[in-house]
Design a protein. Structure first.
Length: 326
């Protein structure tokens, strides 16, 4: 069996837009393969040009269909588009529950579009672990716009705002008290609000409620972005071009005010922290056995409390690391 092509040798192909090379690098990033880290580092240095749009919202709001239609409109505008669709994972097998996005097969056949489904694999916040590695790969490969569709999120799962330049929050009429359900967490992160399924009779009420809530938080100033509320429908198709226009205007706003640099800095800072947390967690899992079992017995026997046990465990791990480095 021939040896797989080293990841660094795939970098020039990925930068030239070779979709097979990009797909292989994304798979290696998902697998956490250390061999691909130098290649990902090289691609990161050549990224930073694409406009990254996060699309999130409560389950059942029609995000996936909206993403498909939006991507088609981006292609019709002459731009290339990448779609990273995050699927929930089984808590038992770790596999993706929804599977590949077969509904996007027509778009996937387009050479100017790249569709990739990724499983969360237990990651909270609506994003997969390698989501931003995939963004870097597509960005360095020359894609103009990259759409990240998250899993359906709740109030505290708003990591998409730390990953994209523009955040689109999708809601739909008829989901119960949907505005109340999202306003405590997701409402505030939106740069653009979308009310999908606008052909339904109760859609106008949802649009009115959103506009009313947003009007209560208006800030003075000419440079302040005014979050629009856009009604969209897939059958019949309407509002998708308005949504794309709002996304383009938001990108222009970020560039003209200099806020784009602030957002890029926030994204980079969040990535550093997330990666550091993963490294610490993985190191903890490798080293915890022994001390952990003893402390667990003491906690279950009520001879110590969980907080004190956690502090003792971390102290023991630091001591072991210091001995190894000495």
């Amino acid at each position: 069996m021939p040896k797989p092509t080293p990841s660094l040798e795939l970098v020039p192909q990925a930068r030239a837009g070779n979709r097979r090379a990009m797909a292989r690098l994304i798979s290696r990033a998902e697998a956490g393969d250390d061999e691909c880290r130098p290649a990902l580092a090289e691609l990161y240095r050549h990224s930073g040009r694409a406009h990254v749009v996060g699309i999130t919202g409560v389950p059942g709001s029609g995000k996936s269909t909206l993403v498909q239609k939006l991507a088609q409109d981006i292609r019709a505008s002459g731009r290339t588009v990448g779609v990273i669709a995050i699927d929930p994972s089984s808590p038992y097998s770790g596999g993706s529950i929804l599977g590949d996005r077969v509904r996007m097969s027509e778009l996937a056949a387009d050479a100017g579009a790249f569709i990739r489904s990724m499983a969360t694999r237990g990651t909270l916040g609506g994003l997969a672990r390698a989501s931003l590695d995939a963004v870097d790969i597509l960005d360095a490969g020359g894609y103009d716009v990259i759409l990240i569709e998250t899993v359906g999120v709740g109030q505290d799962e708003v990591d998409i705002v730390k990953a994209g330049h523009t955040t689109v929050v999708v809601s739909a009429p008829g989901l119960g008290d949907d505005i109340q359900a999202i306003k405590a967490g997701v409402l505030e992160i939106a740069d653009i609000h979308v009310v999908s399924k606008a052909d339904r009779p109760d859609a106008n009420r949802t649009v009115t409620e959103l506009k009313g809530m947003l009007s209560m938080d208006l800030q003075p100033g000419a440079d302040i972005w005014r979050c629009p509320v856009i009604a969209t429908s897939v059958e019949p198709k309407s509002g998708i071009d308005d949504l794309l226009g709002a996304i383009d205007r938001h990108r222009e706003h970020l560039a003209s005010t200099g806020e784009i640099e602030q957002r890029r800095r926030q994204i980079a800072g969040n990535r550093i922290i997330k990666i550091a947390e993963e490294i610490v967690r993985e190191d903890f899992e490798r080293r915890r056995h022994g001390q952990f079992d003893d402390l667990l017995e003491r906690v279950t026997g009520r001879r110590t409390d969980p907080y004190a046990a956690a502090v003792a465990l971390l102290s023991a791990l630091r001591e072991n690391i210091s001995h190894e480095q000495a």
